[in-house]
Design a binder for this molecule. Structure first.
Ligand code: HDE
Length: 682
C-alpha cells in the first residue's frame, strides 16, 4: 500500500481538524488533568491482598471515563462509515442558484461523507437487504450545507408524521428484538400492506439496489424536490443525484447473505481499503431542474417523495464531482459524532412543501440533542463550520467557546446592536417567498393518491435478471412472514403493480393467486436499470489461486496487466507464507482457503501449480464453483484450466482461459461486465 492518503492539506476543514488531532505515541501516560502517572495496571490497595482504596484517583478517573464511553446509536442509520474529500463544480450554476460553492470551478469545497444502512444496529452486517444512506456535509464559506441522500430515489411514506410508524414496523419486533437488520418479518409487511404509498420504495427494496456491491458503486438521491434560488430571486425546483464513476453494481442475494457472516464489514472495508490504496472514490453531482411554471405539468405531484422525475422526461444535468481522498483518523470522533441535517442550507438552496421534507426539518436537530447530549454539537470538530459563526446562543452542556462581553441578546445598544442580522446582499439567508394560501387541514392532496403507476414504470424498466431478483426477494422476505393474512394482503397489493409478478410471488408463498387490477402503465425508464450503468474493471478485486510450481514468469506479467487495468488481487493458497514458482519466484500469500472466501471477490483467477493434493483441489474447486454460481468472471491459465474442464464450465459467458496478452484483455472485459447472467446456473 502507498503512503496513507491525507487529502488536501490546504483545505480549510483539514486545517481546522489538525488543531484537534492528538497523537499519543511516544508520550508519557497522564491523567486527564495532565498529571504523569507511575502505575496503570494495578490499583491502590490497603495491603497487597487488601481492598482498593477510594483515594486511587487514577483508577476512578480511568473507570469512570470507560463507564461513560457509549452514546446512543442513531435511531436509524446506526451502522455507517465515513470519509473526507472535496467537491468541485464543473461550471457556474449562477443562472439557477447563488450558492457560492456552486459558482466557481476553481474552488474545492471540503466535504465529509457518511454512508450507512438504515435498519440494523451499529454492529450489524453491511450486506443486508436495506436502503443505504449517503450523507454529505459541504464545509462552505457560507456555512455548512448538508445533502442527506439515500441510494433509492423514493421513500416509503409521503408525510413525516408516519416516520416513527415505518421505523417501528421495520426495526426488530419489540417483544423479542428479532430479526436484526432485516425487513423479513410480519410487522414490516403488515405496515406495507396497510400503507400502500410504500409500494414504490418496496419495489426498489426488493431489487438489487438493496444489496450494493460497494459504497463506491451506488447512487445517492436527495429524494425531495428542493429549490435553487438565483441572485435575482428566481427559483427552480431541483432534485439532487450522486452518480458513481464506477457505475451502479450489486451483489446477488446468496452472496450477500454469506458475506454477512464471512466479513460483516465488507462495504466498510472496501471503502477504507480503496482510499488507503489511493483509488479515490468519485461521484458526480447531477441535478434535475423543473421550472416553477411547470409545477403541475406532470402526471404525478412533483412534491411527492414516493415519485421519481423520470430522467427521460427531466434530464439529469451533471454539475460537479466529489472525490473521497482521506479516511477518518478516529471513528468515534468523526463518523459517530457527525450530525447531518437537511435543514443545514446555504443561500441559494431552499425547501419546498414536500410534507416528508418538512417532517425531516424538525427531526434531525432533535435527534442530535439526545444522541450527542446537548445543544452544542455544532462545536464538535467534525461538525464545526469553517467560516466564523456568531450569535447570542449561550451555555449548555460541554460549551467550548468562551464568548466574551456581557451582551447576549438582540436588540441591544451596549454592543452597537451586534451581532447583527446580515442583509441579503451581505449573504443573509432570506427564505424563498413562496405564496401559500389555504385552510388549516389534516388531509393529503388528491395529487398524492396514485401509488401504483410508478412502481409499474420501475417494473417495466427492469432487465430479466432484475425482475427475477425482485420476485425472489419478495418470496424470501414475505416468506418469512408468519401471518398468512399479511402474506395474502401483500400479494394482493402488488397485483396492482403487475399481476404476473404478483402471481409468481403468490405461487412461491403458497398464497391464493391474486385477481387485482394491475396498473396500465406501459412506459419504461431505461435509466432505472442497472444493466445500463457504467461498466469498468477499475476498482475490482479478484482472488488468485496458486500452488507451488506455478508458471511464475507468465503469471507475474498477467498480474501486472490486471493491476494496470485497475484490478486489485489477493493471492490465495493452501497455507500462509510464500508460494514458489517454477523459476523460484516467490509470491506472498495474502489468504488461505480458510481465511477468505470466494464471496469476497469480484472474480476468481485459477492458476494452480505442481503436485496438487486432493485437499487443495477440493478447496479451490469450492472457490471456482461459488464464483460460477454467482455469475462472476473466472479466469484460468495453465493447470487452472482443468478445474473449468472438470466442472464443464468452459464456453460459458465470463469464463476466460489462456495466458497471453489477449487473455488479460478478455479477462479484464469479463471483470468489467460485473456479472454474466446468461450463464446456465443450476
Ligand atoms: Fe433520515 N433521519 N429521516 N431520511 N436520514 C436520520 O438523523 C428522518 C429520510 C437519512 O449518516 C436521523 O442524525 C425522518 C429520507 C440519512 O448521520 C433522524 C424522515 C432520507 C441519515 C432521521 C427521514 C433520509 C438519516 C437519525 C421522514 C433520504 C443518516 C440520526 C420525515 C433523502 C445520516 C440522525 C448520518 C438519519 C429522521 C426520511 C436520509 C432520526 C423524520 C427521505 C442518510 O433524524
Amino acid at each position: 500500500m502507498s503512503e496513507k492518503p491525507i487529502g488536501n492539506k490546504n483545505n480549510k476543514k483539514h486545517q481546522q481538524l489538525e488543531q484537534f488531532r492528538v497523537n499519543d505515541a511516544n508520550k508519557k501516560l497522564t491523567t486527564n488533568q495532565g498529571l504523569k502517572v507511575s502505575e496503570d495496571g494495578v490499583s491502590l490497595t490497603a495491603g497487597r491482598r487488601g481492598p482498593t482504596l477510594m483515594e486511587d484517583f487514577h483508577f476512578r478517573e480511568k473507570m469512570t471515563h470507560f463507564d461513560h464511553e457509549r452514546i446512543p446509536e442513531r435511531v436509524v442509520h446506526a451502522r455507517g462509515t465515513a470519509a473526507h474529500g472535496e467537491f468541485e463544480v464543473y461550471e457556474s450554476m449562477k443562472p439557477y442558484t447563488k450558492a457560492k460553492f456552486l459558482q466557481d470551478p476553481n474552488v474545492k469545497t471540503p466535504v465529509f461523507v457518511r454512508f450507512s444502512t438504515v435498519v440494523g444496529f451499529r454492529g450489524s452486517a453491511d450486506t443486508v437487504r436495506d436502503v443505504r444512506g449517503f450523507a454529505t456535509k459541504f464545509y462552505t464559506d457560507e456555512g455548512n450545507y448538508d445533502l442527506v441522500t439515500n441510494n433509492m430515489p423514493v421513500f416509503f411514506i409521503q408525510d413525516g408524521m408516519k416516520f416513527p410508524d415505518i421505523v417501528h414496523a421495520i426495526k426488530p419486533e419489540p417483544h423479542n428484538e428479532i430479526p436484526q437488520a432485516s425487513g423479513a418479518h410480519d410487522t414490516f409487511w403488515d405496515f406495507v400492506a396497510n400503507n400502500q404509498e410504500s409500494a414504490h420504495q418496496v419495489m426498489w427494496l426488493m431489487s438489487p439496489r438493496a444489496i450494493p456491491r460497494s459504497y463506491r458503486m451506488m447512487q445517492g438521491f436527495g429524494i425531495h424536490a428542493f429549490r435553487f434560488v438565483n441572485d435575482g430571486g428566481k427559483a427552480h425546483f431541483v432534485k439532487f443525484h450522486w452518480i458513481p464513476k464506477l457505475g451502479v453494481h450489486s451483489l446477488v442475494w446468496d452472496e450477500a447473505q454469506k458475506i454477512a457472516g464471512k466479513n460483516p464489514d465488507f462495504n466498510r472495508q472496501d471503502l477504507y481499503d480503496a482510499i488507503e490504496m489511493g483509488n479515490f472514490p468519485e461521484f458526480e453531482l447531477g441535478v434535475q431542474i423543473i421550472e416553477e411554471k411547470d409545477e403541475f405539468a406532470f402526471d404525478f405531484d412533483i412534491l411527492d417523495s414516493t415519485k421519481i422525475w423520470p430522467e427521460e422526461d427531466v434530464p439529469v444535468k451533471i454539475i460537479g464531482k466529489l472525490t473521497l481522498n482521506r479516511n477518518v483518523d478516529n471513528f468515534f470522533a468523526e463518523t459517530e459524532q457527525v450530525a447531518f441535517h437537511p435543514g443545514h442550507v446555504v443561500p441559494g438552496i431552499d425547501f419546498t412543501n414536500d410534507p416528508l421534507l418538512q417532517g425531516r426539518l424538525f427531526s434531525y436537530t432533535d435527534t442530535q440533542l439526545i444522541r450527542l447530549g446537548g445543544p452544542n454539537f455544532h462545536e464538535i470538530p467534525i461538525n464545526k463550520a469553517v467560516c466564523p459563526f456568531h450569535n447570542n446562543q449561550r451555555d449548555g452542556y460541554h460549551r467550548q467557546t468562551i464568548n466574551v462581553g456581557k451582551v447576549a441578546y438582540h436588540n441591544n445598544s451596549l454592543a452597537a446592536n451586534t451581532p447583527a442580522p446580515a442583509t441579503e446582499e451581505e449573504g443573509g439567508f432570506v427564505h424563498y417567498q413562496e405564496k401559500v394560501e389555504g385552510s388549516i387541514v389534516q388531509s393529503r392532496s388528491e395529487s398524492f393518491s396514485d401509488h401504483f403507476s410508478q412502481p409499474k414504470l420501475f417494473w417495466n424498466s427492469m432487465s430479466p435478471n432484475e425482475k427475477q431478483h425482485i420476485i425472489d426477494a419478495f418470496s424470501f422476505e414475505v416468506g418469512h412472514v408468519k401471518d398468512k393474512k399479511v402474506r395474502q394482503q401483500v400479494v394482493d397489493m402488488f397485483a396492482n403493480v403487475d399481476l404476473n409478478m404478483a402471481t409468481k410471488i403468490a405461487y412461491n408463498l403458497g398464497a391464493t393467486p391474486p385477481t387485482g387490477k394491475e396498473s396500465t402503465v406501459t412506459k419504461a425508464s431505461p435509466a432505472l436499470s442497472q444493466e445500463n450503468t457504467i461498466k469498468t474493471a477499475v476498482g475490482r478485486k479478484i482472488g488468485v489461486i496458486l500452488h507451488n510450481g506455478f508458471h511464475d514468469a507468465e503469471v507475474k506479467d498477467i498480474l501486472q496487466g490486471l493491476n494496470l487495468a485497475g484490478v486489485a488481487y489477493e493471492i490465495i493458497s493452501g497455507k500462509q507464507g510464500v508460494v514458489t514458482g517454477k523459476n523460484n519466484v516467490d509470491l506472498m500469500v495474502d489468504h488461505t482457503f480458510t481465511t477468505t472466501d470466494p464471496v469476497l471477490y469480484d472474480g476468481i483467477y485459477i492458476i494452480g501449480g505442481d503436485d496438487i493434493d486432493n485437499t487443495f483441489y477440493n478447496k479451490a474447486n469450492y472457490f471456482v464453483k461459488e464464483a460460477f454460481k454467482h455469475y462472476k468472471p473466472i479466469g484460468a491459465s495453465f493447470d487452472g484450466v482443468k478445474w473449468l474442464e472438470e466442472n464443464s464450465m468452459l464456453g460459458n459467458p465470463g469464463i476466460v482461459e489462456g495466458n497471453g496478452n489477449t487473455f488479460v484483455e478478455t479477462f479484464v472485459q469479463a471483470i468489467a461486465e460485473h456479472r454474466h447472467w446468461d450463464r446456465k446456473v443450476v
